[in-house]
Ligand binder design. Structure first.
Ligand SMILES: [Zn+2]
Length: 288
């Protein structure tokens, strides 16, 4: 699991804290993910780890894992719940309400509030801001990517419509002619995407980080069961036809789904988000 996946524990810990009345101490060995800065300043987590009166939770326990079976060529996920509720069930807690399905990274003391562009965001004034993350991790599965050509089309069309468009360039995919930003630190990216009127990405680590902002256009392939990473506050674009696929090796059906998807659906979702944020009058024209 990448850093983003561990963020689901911020939502689970918040719910445990509300259900038990005690702050949570996260424990995990030997990866030390519990000490990662994605958990710093979280008001539901015990930051003083030697305090006794907390609810101590081992993050690595199997009962909380959303993977049911991991084979060489495919994975079988627990399919009937959101990841956050899988964790809560594993901890013996009640499921949380849909409205509480959100994770959050809290700012560190020294976080630069304009780290996205080193301060130059100010020059764009109130223009709607779209941030695109065109990179999907492919080390575990090849079937969770969206097309670079379609991302390029989306970025260019959003610019024509009046959006300021940035791409996150941590990875191989680079969009031509689109301003970019690269992050050394997951938490900085997690905080910066909150500045976007529309954050566009396939489901992956940053989707969990963005779930507190309600600004996300999330592209879902068939790889995961739909409920697993479905945040109801997002504009969820389902391009898959056969979920849960779970294939790690290239899936011809996933490839076909991707080829057939109309990227204008994503553009329209971004426009709808900008309109919902009171920026519709700053756009040039209808996208369709
Ligand atoms: Zn597939």
């Amino acid at each position: 699991m990448g850093i983003g996946g561990w963020l689901t524990w911020t939502a689970a810990a918040r719910e445990v804290c509300l259900q038990t009345g005690k702050k949570v101490t996260l424990l995990d060995q030997p990866r030390h993910i519990a000490y990662h800065d994605i958990f710093v300043n979280n008001p539901y987590l015990n930051q003083e780890r030697w305090t006794e009166d907390t609810h101590k939770i081992y993050m690595g326990q199997k009962a909380c894992n959303y993977v049911l079976e991991d084979y060489q060529d495919r994975v079988v996920h627990k399919s009937d719940k959101h990841i956050i509720n899988v964790i809560l069930e594993g901890l013996g807690m009640q499921d949380t309400a849909e409205s509480n399905l959100w994770c959050r990274v809290y700012p560190r003391e020294k976080y630069d509030t304009f780290s996205l562009t080193g301060g130059s965001l100010i020059q764009y004034g109130r223009k709607p801001l779209a941030i695109i993350e065109p990179n999907s991790k492919t080390n575990f599965t090849k079937n969770r990517v969206y097309s670079i050509e379609k991302y390029q089309y989306i970025a260019e069309k959003l610019k024509k419509l009046g959006f300021v468009v940035f791409q996150i360039t941590n990875g191989l995919c680079r969009l031509k002619g689109i301003d970019s930003v690269e992050y050394k630190n997951f938490s900085d990216a997690a905080l910066d995407i909150g500045k976007a009127d529309a954050f566009i990405t396939t489901e992956g680590g940053l989707v969990h980080a963005a779930s507190c902002y309600a600004n996300t256009v999330c592209i879902h392939t068939s790889y995961n069961p739909p409920k697993m990473v479905y945040y109801p506050q997002n504009k969820n674009i389902m391009i898959g036809s056969h979920a849960p696929c779970g294939l790690k090796i290239r899936c011809p059906e996933c490839k076909k789904d991707l080829e057939q998807h109309d990227p204008d659906e994503i553009i329209q979702a971004a426009v709808d988000l900008a309109i919902a944020r009171g920026k519709g009058h700053l756009l040039q024209q209808s996208s369709t």
